[in-house]
Design a protein around this ligand. Structure first.
Ligand SMILES: Cc1cc2nc3c(=O)[nH]c(=O)nc-3n(C[C@H](O)[C@H](O)[C@H](O)COP(=O)(O)OP(=O)(O)OC[C@H]3O[C@@H](n4cnc5c(N)ncnc54)[C@H](O)[C@@H]3O)c2cc1C
Length: 335
């Protein structure tokens, strides 16, 4: 185990914040987990797991042992005539995993192409895009608890997946390291093209998994800033859920309000539309701002500072609450 001291995580977070970890370790094998647990106990410091750093806002200093997850590998666990069960190590790059499944004739994840990060990061907030959430294909999540030093497997139900949420975001799982995820994929593609941009693109045309992935990649590249050029963490706020009454009320003052009915009777609003209407698109706050082409995305304008991020979050949240009476919840995780 190669431990580095006072290690700057700038290259390891897509918002490109300067953040110095007291200790930094790259974890390449599950065999190192026990040694890591001992190191954490000896140093009396907690362990923080870092995947692709694509959903994180970091502080200037992290008094912890930051573990960069580079566990690699996939294997087929079981096959039937219709499905395949694949185990994927949590350090694998998500997009590369998705594209490899399609190339191997295993379908379902195509709408989730080009989401940055690792396979282990995917269950944390139950990643979703273009009408699909990843929990639809997860059968089990395997991990290791640094507190107890034991392994544990959770079924999909036990993961308590919800919109951008899972049990892994709760305090009880703060010491839990996801080591691998099992996915049940289809051998015959069943493309989901209900999302407006996909429905339009495939109207009157046959959608294959490969073509859906290609279209998703094209749309994402058009809509979202490239993290290599403009640092960001994707959507900064969750789409708020409100009651039918609230929607009726809001539509009186905002007739073009976008709202999607949910199975529980509530409605999901588009956070980006609200932020845009509040005038924050392209708005700057010191070193950060809301992206000029997509109001839902906060961007680092150069030498971004966490305090500017926090200040802008507060301003957007306050404005949304006072104008629309709607609370906006932040999507990325603040360490
Ligand atoms: C341009 C862009 C577009 C995006 N688009 C989407 C989108 O369409 N849909 C969507 O849902 N998200 C999206 N995201 C957010 C992000 O990519 C996902 O949430 C991704 O799954 C995060 O994975 P990661 O490996 O980068 O996690 P990190 O950012 O490294 O970590 C996030 C949190 O998960 C924890 N974690 C990570 N790996 C593990 C593990 N193995 N075990 C335990 N805890 C772990 C970390 O400790 C941290 O608390 C986008 C981000 C960007 C930058």
């Amino acid at each position: 185990m190669n431990v580095q001291v006072d290690f700057n995580l700038l290259p390891f977070n897509t918002f490109k914040l300067n953040s110095v970890a007291r200790y930094f370790v790259e974890l390449t094998s599950e065999a190192e987990l026990a040694e890591l647990t001992k190191f954490s106990k000896d140093k009396k410091l907690p362990i923080r797991i870092l995947g692709g750093g694509s959903n994180l806002i970091l502080p200037e200093k992290i008094e912890a042992i930051v573990v960069k997850n580079v566990l690699m590998g996939t294997r087929v666990l079981m096959e039937t005539s219709d499905t395949v069960l694949i185990s994927c190590a949590s350090g694998m790059n998500w997009h590369q995993f998705v594209m490899s499944t399609i190339a191997n004739g295993h379908f379902g994840l195509e709408n989730l192409a080009l989401i940055p990060g690792t396979v282990g990061g995917a269950p944390i907030q139950n990643i979703g895009a273009y009408g699909i959430e990843v929990n639809r294909f997860i059968t089990q999540v395997h991990g290791y608890d640094f507190e107890t030093g034991s392994t544990k497997t959770l079924t999909t139900n036990e993961c308590q997946f919800d919109y951008r949420h899972s049990i892994f975001k709760t305090p009880a799982y703060k010491n839990f390291f996801i080591t691998s995820v099992d996915f049940q994929l289809l051998k015959k593609a069943n493309p989901v093209v209900t999302y407006a941009e996909l429905a339009h693109a495939f109207s009157g045309k046959t959608a294959t998994a490969g073509l859906v992935a290609e279209k998703v990649i094209e749309v994402r590249q058009k809509k979202l800033p490239d993290v290599a050029v403009i640092p960001n963490v994707g959507s900064f706020f969750k789409n708020p859920l409100v009651t039918a009454q609230q929607v009726d009320q809001l539509k009186k003052s905002t007739p073009d309000l976008v709202s999607y009915p949910q199975p529980d009777g509530r409605f999901k609003l588009a956070a980006g539309q609200l932020i845009d209407k509040l005038g924050f698109k392209g708005h700057k706050q010191g070193s950060v701002g809301m992206y000029e082409k997509q109001a839902l995305v906060m961007v680092n304008l150069g030498n971004g500072r966490r305090e500017d991020v926090v200040a802008l979050v507060e301003r957007v949240q306050q404005a949304c609450l006072s104008v629309y009476g709607v609370s906006l919840e932040v999507e990325p995780i603040f360490w």
